[in-house]
Design a protein around this ligand. Structure first.
Ligand SMILES: Cc1ncc(COP(=O)(O)O)c(C=O)c1O
Length: 358
């Protein structure tokens, strides 16, 4: 069976399963803010239209200035990307032919982008069931690689690494002349998070990737940014195609990043929903990853392979994210986004029905 490589677009998942896509379904497979995009985007939409007949600013200076203010990092240290995905691709291109370490299970694009650039990919496995990172074992591997990707909080587990762990990895990597690519695509869902951006000036081996598509629910627009020391930014920008980020994305990004209250509202919403559904899972004996963000891994501990549960949910028009292409998970968990209250209730009802029969 050929599984879709990502969540969202559930028609491909139903097709792979030989099922027809239900008319109405509840898609839990993409980790997007359930509150939708900030309302200001809709209000200003027609203003965006005025700008589509000019080329976008290839240096994205207005958006960079906004990020400079927000993150206290100079514009020379910022690169805007056509989604975090493009930035991952650019980094992998810069690493062509090098040895790269991945902490698994994690976002599959790191591996794909590295392999496309003929990197030698090495792995470090997190320890189930709690997905802990064995720092001593990881350290031993760092002397032998040119770069490592670390996703914090990690996709697909939703777990945040301790701050001290990340710092000691960055320091250890610096000693070995190894680059650390810290992917913070979901950092803004964490209620408490001290950014690593202030460390950019100290560590020439640190690259931070951010995405605007998750928090601001704009995956269709494609927007992210990368922070690193200016010479790294220069190298990466030379690999990027001119006008890679369209005008609508630039304008939308400027508006989104003004929305501190929207972020706070989302964090509280997600936190309350997560507490509510995790109580249900505990009561009904489902295993979950101790996520701090807007998605989590779930398994029925009475099954090894979760395929039967997966199939049951698809028949009920509930779309989880399969984990067959996450090395180290191989289908033993399912990933769900935290969605709106009604959709989460629907998921709990269907899981209660499953539990009743199994
Ligand atoms: C960890 C992580 N990083 C980066 C991305 C890419 O996000 P985008 O290209 O939509 O900004 C994703 C998307 O799922 C992700 O999960």
């Amino acid at each position: 069976m050929i599984w879709p490589s990502h969540g969202s677009n559930p028609q491909y998942l139903y097709e792979a399963m030989g099922l027809s896509l239900p008319k109405h379904y509840n898609d839990f497979s993409a980790n997007i803010n359930p509150l939708g995009p900030p309302p200001i985007l809709k209000e200003k939409w027609m203003e965006f239209y005025q700008e589509i007949f000019v080329y976008p600013d290839p240096y994205a200076i207005q958006l960079k200035k906004r990020i400079e203010n927000l993150e206290q990092v100079p514009v020379e240290s910022i690169l805007i990307g056509n989604g975090g995905a493009e930035l991952i691709t650019l980094v992998a291109r810069m690493l062509a032919g090098k040895r790269v370490l991945l902490v698994q299970p994690t976002f599959s694009e790191y591996e794909k982008a590295c392999q496309a650039n003929k990197c030698e990919v090495l792995y470090h496995q997190l320890c189930e069931p709690h997905f802990e990172l064995n720092l001593d074992e990881l350290r031993a591997k760092l002397a032998h690689v040119d770069a490592m990707f670390l996703c914090n909080p990690n996709n697909p587990t939703g777990i945040q690494y301790p701050r001290s762990t990340i710092l000691s990895i960055i320091e250890e990597c610096k000693m070995h002349n190894c680059l650390v690519i810290l992917d913070e695509a979901f950092f803004d869902f964490l209620i408490e998070y001290d950014s690593f951006i202030p460390y950019i000036s100290k560590f020439s081996n640190l690259i931070i990737i951010r995405s605007l598509t998750k928090m601001f629910a704009i995956p269709g627009i494609r927007l992210g940014y990368l922070v690193a020391q200016p010479d790294t930014i220069l190298m990466l920008s030379q690999l990027q195609s001119h006008w890679s980020i369209n005008t609508i994305a630039l304008r939308a990004g400027e508006l989104c990043l003004e929305n501190e209250s929207f972020i706070k509202l989302t964090q509280e919403y997600i936190n309350n929903e997560r507490k509510r559904i995790f109580e249900f899972f505990k009561k009904n004996e489902f295993g979950v990853s101790s996520s701090n963000v807007n998605f989590y891994l779930l398994r029925d501990p009475f099954l090894n392979d979760q395929f039967k549960l997966f199939e049951f949910l698809l028949h009920k028009a509930i779309v989880p994210r399969h984990t067959f292409n996450f090395p180290g998970l191989e289908g033993r968990w399912l990933r769900f986004a935290i969605k709106g209250c009604e959709e989460n209730n629907h998921l709990m009802e269907v899981l209660a029905e499953w539990r009743h029969h199994h």
